[in-house]
Design a protein around this ligand. Structure first.
Ligand code: GDP
Length: 424
């Protein structure tokens, strides 16, 4: 059984908690793209964790967690994260964490370049989290970084790094007037961080092929959501990798894999970190109340997230991009304070009502066409069975399900591991 768990919208849909829940049914969990630039929040019996790069299966005994070749392998933030998580009593060893030898390394200058470029862009910036992700992926595709496996062959590694350093310093100095790096800086960096992750590096493609041959179940875990996908999202306000399920086999190290099911995570309302068009956005007091109710502050940056009602148009598009076969609707409990549940049902573009997601450069002109449904106005966080939800809440879930064209299998009503309802 191969499943992908993905975000349907702008990211932060609550994937972390869903993966944490689903990992119980899987032997292997693989992160296939992205880096330490976003965060999953997981609350379980071991504590509260903000995961950035580590796969969410890391908390389950016996689960093998893999960082696939498609990730932006930031040794520095990975090592910090490993220390943080192990410091809270979670065991991380080469047995339960494996890093693909083909994962490219995010080098120290990638982070600098992110900040330098955002500073140059000033008010035209893309809202980067400044973790070096965009410079990293551009360099990966220019073949100007090294793969994790190269750490195992120092002589070749240093020869390659010397060439890359010379090239990168041209950009740092001549384009941005920044301080160049030295081989000594790189040596220190490899010693401080590269060496630490070395024990985890292996041919994870072989591990996955073996797992597949033995009939083990595999979960592909995405970072961010459909609308941030490099090719299908709201370009240029996307991330720099493919977040959609179709990329999972490639970025995981099992390119021949056929995915059996795609679980898409959708929040019961909308939230978005960073820049870019966000059609259903709320402002002022209305937004403040929803942000407070949902505790919508970035897991990585602490930035207040932009919030608004659920966006049916964007969600339907996100479901299509992912080929989702089931939906997990999260944070339904957050809407309990509302008298009426607002819904962005369609867009208006050039005076016309539309129900398709417009081309990115037209998005900024789209206006939300709103409708609403009655609220339930009671605490639903203790509900564990579908039939025990108030009728208004069930009606809302069923409405969303019909509009987005995909069955809603899970509804979560609280951050804790067991705070969810599974529908038959
Ligand atoms: P991710 O990156 O997609 O995992 O999203 P976040 O890190 O933003 O996680 C969503 C946040 O909402 C975390 O703080 C979770 O603990 C919390 N959360 C997840 N599901 C629920 C839910 O059903 N209800 C409530 N109230 N909080 C939830």
């Amino acid at each position: 059984m191969i499943t992908a768990i993905v975000g349907i919208n702008w990211g932060d849909e609550g994937k972390g908690r869903m993966v944490d829940l689903l990992t119980e049914q899987y032997d292997v969990v693989v992160r296939y793209q992205g880096g330490g630039n976003a965060g999953h929040t997981v609350v379980n019996d071991q504590g509260k964790f903000a995961l950035h790069l580590l796969p969410s299966g890391i908390f389950r005994k016996g689960v093998v967690n893999i960082l696939g070749n498609g990730v932006a392998l930031d040794c520095e933030s990975l090592w910090t994260e490993i220390q943080d998580v192990t410091g809270k009593g979670v065991s991380i060893t080469p047995e339960n964490l494996k890093i693909s030898d083909r994962a490219s390394l995010l080098l120290p200058w990638h982070r600098d370049l992110d900040s330098l470029e955002e500073a140059r862009l000033a008010d035209k910036k893309y809202g980067s989290t400044k973790q070096g992700i965009a410079p990293f992926y551009s360099d990966k595709y220019q073949k100007k970084t090294v793969m994790a496996g190269e750490l195992l062959y120092p002589a070749k590694l240093w020869e390659r790094l010397e060439g890359i350093l010379e090239w990168k310093n041209l950009t740092l100095e001549r384009v941005y007037g920044a301080k160049p790096y030295t081989m000594e800086d790189l040596r220190r960096w490899v010693e401080d961080f590269g060496e630490k992750i070395k024990p985890f590096i292996c041919d994870t493609g072989a591990v996955l092929r073996k797992a597949q041959a033995e009939g083990k179940s595999i979960l592909f875990e995405a970072q961010l959501g459909s609308l941030r996908d490099l090719d299908y999202g709201i370009y240029p306000y996307t991330t720099s990798s493919n977040a959609i399920a179709a990329y999972a086999p490639v970025g995981s190290g099992l390119p021949s894999a056929r995915i059996d099911s795609v679980v898409g995570v959708v929040k019961a309302y909308s939230s978005c970190v960073g820049e870019g068009p966000f059609t259903c956005e709320w402002f002022g007091e209305e937004a403040e109340k929803l942000r407070e109710a949902g505790n919508e502050y970035g897991a990585k940056t602490g930035r207040p997230r932009r919030v608004g009602p659920i966006d049916i148009v964007a969600t339907r598009y996100g479901v299509q991009c992912q080929g989702a076969t089931a939906i997990a609707l999260t944070k339904l409990d957050v809407l309990s304070y509302l008298d009426e549940i607002p819904i962005c049902a369609r867009y208006e573009l050039d005076g016309e009502e539309i129900d398709y997601f417009p081309f990115p450069s037209l998005l900024a002109d789209a206006k939300p066409v709103m409708t609403s449904m009655p609220g339930w106005k009671c605490d639903i966080s203790g509900v564990r069975r579908w039939e025990d939800l108030p009728k208004a809440a069930r009606d809302y879930v069923e409405y969303v399900e019909k509009e987005i064209g995909c069955p809603i299998q899970y509804v979560s009503v609280g951050p804790e591991r067991d705070a969810y309802i599974e529908r038959a």
